[in-house]
Design a protein around this ligand. Structure first.
Ligand code: ADP
Length: 365
């Protein structure tokens, strides 16, 4: 059995089911991120693992023990919330030690645990301050410290960095990554931010409308999305989608006709798709070449984002009004001008009319 397992977990509020049978396995000392659009059920799933919400059916195991009927305090978890949930009238030390005092640990053990956590989080200097005397980043560290001292089997984080400014988020992201290796901790982390998911996770679970769309390693999801939803969610700027028609299906690949009449042979297995079917061609901005590639499409430049080391050019072309192309920092591209771009056939994804990806012919993808 895996360290954390969810089997056929369902949840309804009234007559409305919002989690539709989730199966998940998480290994010990791994970092799993639940990601998906707002309202997809990420927090609910996390709160069910924590025991803050009941499940309607299914089971949850942590460390080999069935926990779905246990109280939150009996599950061996510690949760870190977006709004920190610190007690305003208590010092940092008292906030961090609160759970240990409730558990009647000795004063000596409490001090040792708080000091160790404070040291790891570099907040030893502020143990006597109250939350209002702290910056957002410091408050977040205190909330994490309060979780660390409890030495949980699993840390649960619910959008912990959402209240921080952009620069601090990047810094805390790195700190959390460092922390999880230092603590050898098992962590589950909820975010709507796919960059956080990509940069921190060992395993990403992409949720949509209360269902798991795909679970796997970040780069596997990036390179081999199982469906159009995952393809469009993971990656920034997002994968480009073009309407196309499948004109020939053979085991060695499919041939597509694009809206502008260009044809492209893509090394994907047709599965159940057949000639005449409408399909979607997906291609990432970095897999489009200006003036090169296997199938040419002409577009009009509608915007250029220059980031210094790289640029993104957005094109209006047949089948897409915001077709993103990754290019060099100093690429020549004037808004209103026309550019010929080419799609690299081996990098194209193809989705059938139900949005499922046609599987790749290339080994390992
Ligand atoms: P996420 O964390 O992905 O934004 P949530 O888990 O908070 O999503 O919510 C999932 C769905 O469940 C949403 O449609 C939300 O409106 C609904 N929901 C959450 N909590 C309740 C509740 N207490 N009563 C009724 N519906 C709820």
């Amino acid at each position: 059995m895996s360290y954390v397992e969810l089997n056929a977990v369902r949840k309804s509020y009234g007559d409305t089911e919002i989690i539709h049978g989730v199966d998940l396995k998480l290994e010990k000392e791994t970092f799993t991120v639940f990601v998906g659009p707002s309202g997809c059920g990420k927090s609910t799933l996390l709160r069910m693992i924590a025991g803050l919400e009941d499940i309607n059916s299914g089971s949850i195991h942590i460390g080999g023990e069935r926990v779905d009927q246990l109280e939150p305090a009996e599950r061996g978890i510690a949760m870190v919330f977006q709004n920190y949930a610190l007690y305003p009238h208590m010092t940092v030390f008292d906030n961090m030690s609160f759970g240990l005092r409730i558990a009647r640990e000795s004063a000596k053990d409490i001090r040792a645990k708080v000091e160790r956590a404070a040291d790891i989080l570099q907040i030893s200097e502020i143990l006597q301050r109250r939350p209002r005397e702290l910056s957002g980043g410091q408050r977040q560290r205190v909330a994490i410290g309060r979780a660390i001292v409890r030495e949980p089997k699993v840390f649960l984080f619910d959008e912990p960095l959402s209240n921080l400014d952009a620069k601090l988020r990047v810094q805390m992201r790195l700190e959390l990554t460092r922390l999880r290796h230092q603590l050898r901790a098992t962590m589950i982390y909820v975010t709507h931010d796919q960059v956080e998911a990509m940069t921190m996770a060992d395993q990403i679970v992409v949720l949509n409308k209360g269902k798991v769309e795909q679970a796997g390693r970040p780069l596997d999801l990036y390179h081999s999305p199982a469906n159009k939803f995952v393809a469009g969610f993971i990656g920034s700027p997002a994968m480009n989608f073009l309407d196309a028609t499948l004109i020939a299906a053979a085991e060695k690949g499919v041939r597509l006709a694009l809206k502008n009449g260009a044809e492209i042979a893509v090394p994907r297995r047709p599965g159940t798709a057949k000639a005449g079917d409408p399909v979607t061609l997906g291609i990432r901005p970095e897999d489009v070449q200006i003036g090169g590639g296997d199938a040419r499409v002409e577009g009009t430049v509608v915007a250029v984002e220059r980031l210094g080391n790289e640029s993104f050019i957005y094109l209006d072309l047949p089948g897409s009004t915001e077709f993103a192309v990754h290019a060099a920092g100093d690429v020549a591209a004037a808004v209103g001008s026309k550019i010929d771009v080419g799609l690299i056939a081996s990098r194209c994804h193809v989705f059938d009319s139900a949005g499922q990806a046609l599987s790749s012919l290339q080994a390992g993808t």
